[in-house]
Design a protein around this ligand. Structure first.
Ligand SMILES: [Zn+2]
Length: 610
């Protein structure tokens, strides 16, 4: 095990240091640097625009791709200026001057993007027999998967004029419909009982939060209002969702996609057999989520939870974690895993890559961002000292560490992560840090934290998989019957929600309409990625706990970026993610946490021993 430096770490810089990009918003070097971006970009464009030899000769295609890669690595279409002003607008969202500068560079970049689009499009149109030859050619080895991704997507592309028509019509055939439902809901508000006991008007989003309130009266009042709102819009949502399903069916038929989820898997660079193995493994173990709700119902002393009560908190964790303390804690946890993880974090701290505290105008969320391979990673937080903030730090650092590992090993065209595994590193670090926190907590605090953690795991894994199966049946029933009424959709929805919640959550009257506001189902099969990221992470955690040396394989995976599909990357590490055992190891981790939580609740006398 590496040496752990347990000393408190000095944290001096808590606002981004953007000097590696520019000195300030009016840095006089900006114009000059923009001219260089333009010059380098058009050097690439003019070199290759009139040529076609690279579409036939692999050695020349290699030269073209090397040229493309070097451009994308250092300059891209917006250079440092685009990144700099994007970051500045996140720090201050109410500054028109920054917005204006960002828009200007966007406009500049759009033109270059359009002028360079030919390159990607022409490669996509390479004939299938030539594609095959290229994929096996040694000259193109470094770009093999990059080309593979383009070729596979191209299989589902229609002709240029057809694509253009679909594109022009997509607002009226799809997004206007979904925006309509979302728009109706977001305008709603109702007068409900608030925390203090008085009745006050609350918006649709606020109602969602109030349904988790620790006071029964507040929860019930919010749920009643929420269900009324959904009911009042269910007729228009029925028309909307039927159009959305019809449009998706047409698209799939035109493109030749065999399954409604084929194009999703393609976009995420994941094989359908891998997603199928995930969905199947999780569905077979819905008893885990059912047992979690049983425990929760017992802790709340009710026979069954109502549908809207499944996310309410056992008790609010009030322990305070200063940023300095959080940093020390997370640094030590990362160091225990691997010295390089802790070093990368130290580098972020030293170089001012983390913007820590909330400020007026600053983005209120948390993220980790990278742009070009040659530019630094930045992390934005809004640290207020809650337990959640410590975990957010660990989560975003997971993304950051992932970026740095990819940066060291991959070229600019493979710098990134597919959606299917984007959340592996983040949840991996988050879970290890949580274990450190649990180690120093007393029993009562441990129980509260473990229940909260299980709640998150159940929502990310079991609920999303149940939703995926709902989507599968929704599309197949629509394709069989041609139209689905609100009652039919509601029945289907309740069936799948009941399948993972089990006997201890009531499918309360009104909950049959909750699909109305679930916007993820409008993006088609996106929800599996919450489960895949977290379960891959948990399966890897399970292996690391059994054998510390396994961490080197985890690092190998985290360094791979877009260089191959997740399935092939793992196969090289002798791990088969199309095998159910892999997913079950991840599910074992959730079950273990559940068993520990049940024992702790019994020990504390909160529930009766079985
Ligand atoms: Zn994340």
């Amino acid at each position: 095990m590496p040496n752990i430096n347990q000393r408190a770490i000095q944290v001096e810089q808590t606002v981004w240091n953007l000097k590696p990009l520019f000195e300030n918003d009016d840095d006089p070097r900006m114009d000059e640097r923009r001219r260089i971006v333009e010059q380098i970009s058009y050097e690439f464009i003019t070199t290759w625009k009139e040529r076609t030899d690279y579409l036939e000769n692999p050695v020349i295609l290699r030269q073209a791709l090397d040229h493309y890669e070097a451009w994308k690595r250092l300059y891209g279409s917006d250079g440092d200026e685009g990144y700099y002003f994007w970051l500045r607008t996140q720090q201050n969202q109410n500054a028109p001057k920054l917005k204006a500068k960002f828009n200007k560079i966007e406009e500049f970049s759009k033109k270059i993007e359009n002028d360079s689009q030919f390159f990607h499009l022409r490669i996509a149109r390479i004939k299938p027999e030539v594609q095959k030859r290229f994929l096996n050619d040694n000259a193109l080895t470094p770009y093999r998967h990059y080309l593979e991704r383009i070729f596979v997507e191209a299989r589902y592309h229609l002709s240029e004029p057809e694509e253009k028509i679909l594109n022009l019509k997509s607002a009226t055939s799809y997004s206007n419909w979904t925006k309509m439902t979302a728009g109706f809901l977001s305008k709603e508000s109702r007068t409900v009982i608030t925390e203090g006991g008085s009745r006050k008007p609350r918006t649709f989003t606020e109602l969602l939060g109030l349904m988790n309130n620790t006071k029964k009266k507040v929860r019930a009042s919010a749920a009643k209002a929420f269900n009324e709102i959904l009911k009042s819009h269910v007729d228009s949502a029925e028309a909307e969702i039927n159009s959305v399903l019809a449009n998706k069916k047409t698209d799939d038929e035109l493109r030749g996609a065999l399954r409604p989820d084929t194009l999703r898997h393609l976009t995420d660079d994941i094989e359908s057999e891998v997603v199928d193995a995930l969905i199947d493994s999780v569905s077979k173990r819905f008893t885990i989520s059912e047992r979690y709700y049983e425990l929760k119902a017992k802790l709340f002393n009710v026979r069954r939870l109502e549908y809207h009560e499944r996310n309410m908190e056992l008790s609010v964790v009030t322990k305070h974690y200063s940023y300095a303390k959080s940093v020390t804690l997370v640094h030590a946890a990362l160091g225990k895993l691997d010295a390089q993880f802790a070093d990368i974090f130290s580098g972020f701290l030293r170089n001012g890559q983390i913007d820590v505290y909330p400020r007026k105008g600053k983005d209120t969320g948390a993220f980790c961002i990278y742009h070009l391979l040659a530019q630094p990673t930045y992390i934005l937080l809004n640290h207020t000292g809650k337990l959640h903030d410590v975990l957010t730090l660990a989560h975003e650092l997971g993304h950051g560490i992932n970026n740095e590992l990819i940066r060291k090993k991959q070229h600019a065209l493979d710098f990134g992560t597919p959606a299917s595994t984007a959340e592996v590193a983040s949840t991996f670090m988050e879970d290890f840090v949580l274990q450190e926190i649990l180690r120093e907590a007393d029993d009562a605090l441990r129980l509260a934290i473990m229940m909260q953690k299980l709640n998150d795991d159940v929502s990310s894994i079991f609920r999303q998989v149940a939703c995926y199966r709902f989507e599968q049946e929704l599309h197949s029933e629509f394709r069989k019957r041609g139209y689905l009424s609100k009652n039919e959709i509601g029945e289907l929805f309740q069936k799948h929600m009941a399948s993972y919640m089990g006997r201890f959550v009531e499918q309360s009257p009104g909950s049959e309409n909750w699909w109305v506001y679930w916007n993820h189902i409008r993006y088609f099969f996106y929800v599996y990625s919450y489960a895949s990221g977290l379960l891959i992470s948990k399966s890897l955690q399970n292996s690391v706990k059994q054998e510390r040396a396994f961490i080197s394989r985890v690092k190998e995976f985290l360094s791979s970026g877009l260089s191959d599909s997740p399935k092939n990357i793992f196969l090289k590490l002798r791990i088969d993610i199309a095998d159910k055992h892999f997913w079950n190891r991840g599910l074992d981790e959730v079950e273990k946490l559940l068993n520990e939580t049940v024992l702790l609740a019994e020990k504390l006398g909160k529930i009766n021993r079985r």
